[in-house]
Structures are given as structure tokens and as C-alpha cells.
Design a protein around this ligand. Structure first.
Ligand SMILES: [Zn+2]
Length: 174
């Protein structure tokens, strides 16, 4: 799926809550802005993915929508398993769908989730998913959108969520 608008226009820094959050951290400025309509579209796609959540054991439904740099959106849901450990999170489902189709450059992911699909709180990614994001994303410029609705969300950089994360640069640095 493609995003619906032309991204060439002015990049207007999005979020209410997000602006404060990022700029308050040591005066650091976001290296890349994400448009509000893009955020909303990602959140909408993540919410739509909740209906595919396979979560008969926990009843905790999660949906994700991952935006590539070439403006494609890959969605994912959590997929549980009777033997538990093969369970996959929504975020990794989205990443692996995208990577399996040749995409490796990503801008942002929106994540929503809650018991029985009720979005009464934000749903942060688990540690395993944060590590998968480290593999493919620049921690300073990849955005993670945690939403309760299209109008109620926070945006973090990946670095906010996994400070000093270990990634490919650690192995390739000279
Ligand atoms: Zn996860």
C-alpha cells in the first residue's frame, strides 16, 4: 500500500506531544520531520490490522504499520502459538513482510494494541522488536509512533526506546 500524498512538500513537524518530547531531550532536534497526515495514516492502518490479530491465548491484540522510505506501508499483527515461544509480535510481522519483499529502508512505524483490541493505553514495542528495528533502522531518525487513536499519540525516535542499542554498526565499525 502507498501513502496517499506527495511527500515532497514542506515537512511540518508533526506532533503535539512528540515535539516536546524530542526537543526537551538535551535540546536535540529531530533529524527528520514526519507529517501529521502520514502519522494518522499509519495509525489508521495499524488499527485496521488489529482485526487480523491471532491472539487466542492472551486476548491482547496488536497492530502495526511500517512506512518505508519509498513510501510503502507494510502492516502486521501479533500471531500467537499454542507452544508460546513461536509467537511473533505485530512489529516483527510488519518488518519481516517488508524485508522479505526487498525493503530495508524505513522511516517510521505506528503501533497500537490492547486487551481485546481496546486501545485504552499506549503499546510500546517489546525488547525483541526494538532489537529488530536496530538491525534495519537509524536509531536517530527512525520514528516509533505509539497511539491510542489517530488523534492521541506519542512519537519517539528508536534511540529514545533503545539507548546505546547494539546494531550492525557495532560489527562493521573500523
Ligand atoms: Zn515485540
Amino acid at each position: 500500500m502507498n501513502v496517499e500524498h506527495d511527500h515532497g512538500e514542506t515537512n511540518e513537524l508533526i506532533c503535539r506531544k512528540q515535539g516536546e518530547l524530542i526537543q526537551n531531550k538535551g535540546g536535540r532536534k529531530p533529524v527528520q520531520a514526519l507529517r501529521e497526515d502520514t502519522c494518522r495514516q499509519l495509525i489508521r492502518e495499524a488499527i485496521q490490522s488489529l482485526k487480523y490479530s491471532y491472539s487466542p491465548y492472551s486476548g491482547f491484540k496488536v497492530g502495526a504499520a511500517l512506512l518505508t522510505k519509498d513510501l510503502k506501508i507494510y502492516t502486521g499483527c501479533n500471531i500467537e502459538n499454542a507452544s508460546y515461544s513461536p509467537t511473533s509480535c505485530a512489529e516483527r510481522t510488519a518488518f519481516f513482510k517488508a524485508v522479505s519483499e526487498g525493503k530495508k529502508d524505513f522511516q517510521a512505524i505506528a503501533i497500537v494494541g490492547g486487551k481485546d483490541g481496546v486501545l485504552d493505553d499506549y503499546c510500546p514495542p517489546c525488547g525483541v522488536c526494538r532489537q529488530v528495528m536496530m538491525e534495519f533502522c537509524n536509531p536517530k531518525s527512525f520514528f516509533v509512533i505509539l497511539a491510542k487513536s489517530e488523534a492521541d499519540y506519542w512519537i519517539y525516535t528508536l534511540e529514545d526506546l533503545i539507548p546505546m542499542g547494539f546494531g550492525p554498526d557495532n560489527l562493521f565499525q573500523k
